[in-house]
Design a protein around this ligand. Sequence first.
Ligand code: FAD
Length: 431
Amino acid sequence: MYTLFWFRRDFRLEDNTALHYALQEQHPVLPIFIFDRHILDKLEDRHDARVNFIHQRIAQLKQTLETQYQSSIRVEIGTPLEVFKKLVTEIPIASVFTNRDYEPYALERDKAVDDFLKTQNIGFYTFKDHVIFEKKEITTDAGEPYKVFTPYSRKWKESLKQLSLQPLPMKHTQWAKVNPFPMPSLEEIGFSASQITLPPSDLPLSIVKKYHTHRDFPALRGTTRLGIHLRFGTVSIRQMVAQARLLNEIWLNELIWREFYIMILANFPQVVNEAFKPAYNHIPWRNDATEFQKWCEGHTGYPIVDAGMRELNATGFMHNRVRMIVASFLTKHLLIDWRWGEAYFAQKLLDFELASNNGGWQWAAGTGTDAQPYFRVFNPQSQTEKFDKQLEYIKKWVPELGTSRYPKPMVDHKMARERAIKTYKEALENT
Ligand code: FAD
């Protein structure tokens, strides 16, 4: 009999909660990974860098298991329920261990797998690993989820004091001894190599130490670029929080924003399709497809917006300050539905995380929890003066600035600002 360990967004062998518990079971641990057709089939880009990342990481983990523990990873392609239906006919399984994932699709998937495993008398055990606190662990005194960040973060920090963040011990002697399983190629799962460089997973200590002074300037390398690693669990959130606590409280706050949005999505899953504040569901978006295209390509005539979009298209990353500016520009200057922007970011961002992306977009559009007020419209020019005064970031991505090849602003700032405020105001008054 085997204890199955199912990797999902926890690609590491150390300080991994479900794996820690699986390795304490009586039966040896056989790890599996599923390239999930439900997810892969929705991706538009066959060179998707995230799929490349997952493929690389699973191959690395598999190799480590093969060379150090004479174990391996059984890698499957299909939909999870189908895969489990097949696995139970091929392997004697005592139980399945995995870490919890809070996205609506993942909850549905896990329920279907759990229901099926129950029919086979196989236990399905899930653990908290992706966050420090789950959706009901930090609540108001009345037991309600917080809707505003600052009191949430205060309670979060208070509760953290009671936790040990020591790495969990891992009983590596419990791995199942098996011959190496085959590793499907990227092509076999329907993808090919990406040109995008993937950021390393080491915590850049010098960046964290200077985070509070450097983080807002996109020309500096002032943020950690750990987003993709937190997304896929190549680093442990507990170890990041332990470091943040020692090194820089401002960086710790960002990790709490991540949990805040995961908590919001878990408690209010309707935010995936709707405004968090229902009154904002009635804004008459202009949704001009040609204007949207210019925004996507970085040809708006607003240099800071264009720089951001071009950085995103070329690298899969965009600086947080610039994400806020381009999102404000799309939703307010162009009055294009935040869901269009959110979907574009979801395709392109290496660090795409449904909860943070949705939270970031709803914040910028003014529709979200604890959001930017609707009448606050970022002025791209003054944002540039504050955060890229020497135009270093802009010139890197918009080298033709100042030549006749650079387009004129696609919309006048003053007109667009007034139009946005009027449109929001009228929509809110009519609800
Ligand atoms: P650092 O600045 O070094 O921060 C460390 C980590 O903290 C990040 O990797 C991330 O996990 C978390 N974090 C930091 N800021 C935020 C924040 N405001 N909200 C939630 N988590 C945060 N972040 C994502 O991880 N995925 C997304 O899909 C995403 N989409 C966004 C969309 C918009 C419109 C906006 C305004 C922000 C979005 N963010 C998203 C938040 C933020 O921009 C990124 O987390 C950050 O830029 C990633 O850079 P970094 O890894 O260098 O993070």
